[in-house]
Design a protein around this ligand. Sequence first.
Ligand code: 3PG
Ligand code: MG
Length: 370
Amino acid sequence: MSRIPTLPDLGEIDGKRVLVRTDFNVPIDNGVITDDFRIRAALPTIEWLTARGARVVCASHLGRPKGQPNPKYSMEPVRQRLAELAPGVELMENLRFDPGEEGNDPQFVASLVDGVDAYVDDAFGACHRAHASIVGPPRTLPSAMGLLLQKEVDVLLGLRNDPKRPFVAVLGGAKISDKLGVVEALLKVVDELVIGGAMCFTFLAALGNPIGDSLWEPDQVDTCRRLLDDSQGTGKKIHLPEDLVGLDAGGHFATFGLRIPDGAKGLDIGPGSAAAFSDVVMEARTVFWNGPMRKSEDPRFAAGTRTIAQAMADTKAFTVVGGGDSAAALAQFGLDDDVDHVSTGGGASLELLEYGDLPGLEALRGAPNA
Ligand code: 3PG
Ligand code: MG
């Protein structure tokens, strides 16, 4: 594996035009940015470059406009915030307004690198996408990873390659199928896996529990059963909820054991599970958390996620939180300063833990100055 070039490998940049791929895919509500974490996270790199006389032009995607201009996904709110935080820095329009971005079209790459002297990738959250702006510019331009990307890679590969044990991963979120590969890969590196969120219902169903109308994926039951069986052979512990809360068939708040009646649905882990999961986090020496325990944006179903967030803040373990929703949950509870690393990437952090590499990193290793 050849080296990934870092900022000093760009050489002299005074007066040069540097394209910085950032992940400014921030939540926007009615034209207002509700969390500017990803913009602030890119500032050290931007400042490093401007302090050395570079003319910085940033480029990012925002949302999923599917290759067409769409005012709903305009970069304008981001441009305004960036102008406050880093005056004088240019920002291109949403990369995904052009189908060439996701299609990794050589002509679109050519338009991106036109008039540009060097390329910096600081878009950790998008490095798992082999899109034009991620993998294209390093083919021809002197390139480097930015300070944010470097930090993310250090922390997450550190977890993957040399964690202090016990190493616990806590997985939640809304879907299971896109994360089953991760469950399998994580079981190779972690000692214990805690499963909440929508994912837990398919696992609970695999154990024969009635789950009512909870979100689940029937075609994944066999995979879940296999993962549970395999874990017994390897001595890895998979922790599943022992109680749940949600809505009964009449739409009223309800507490369930492990049997969710017909018409009812689980929307959060119950208090017993929250306490048990919290103990696992407290006793760990390394914890990686991705995904709320389920519907944490609804205050009735936030308790499980809040308990996990509090345990992340309280444990002596080295704590890493991956990505959008869990990072937002931490911020919502005012605990974002109390973990060791909040990653700007959700999918990217999971893929880096899973594969130990990302398309964006591979591209940088192939740069002419690498
Ligand atoms: C994210 O928010 O996960 C990243 O910005 C990547 O966005 P995407 O999932 O739409 O590719
Ligand atoms: Mg994503």
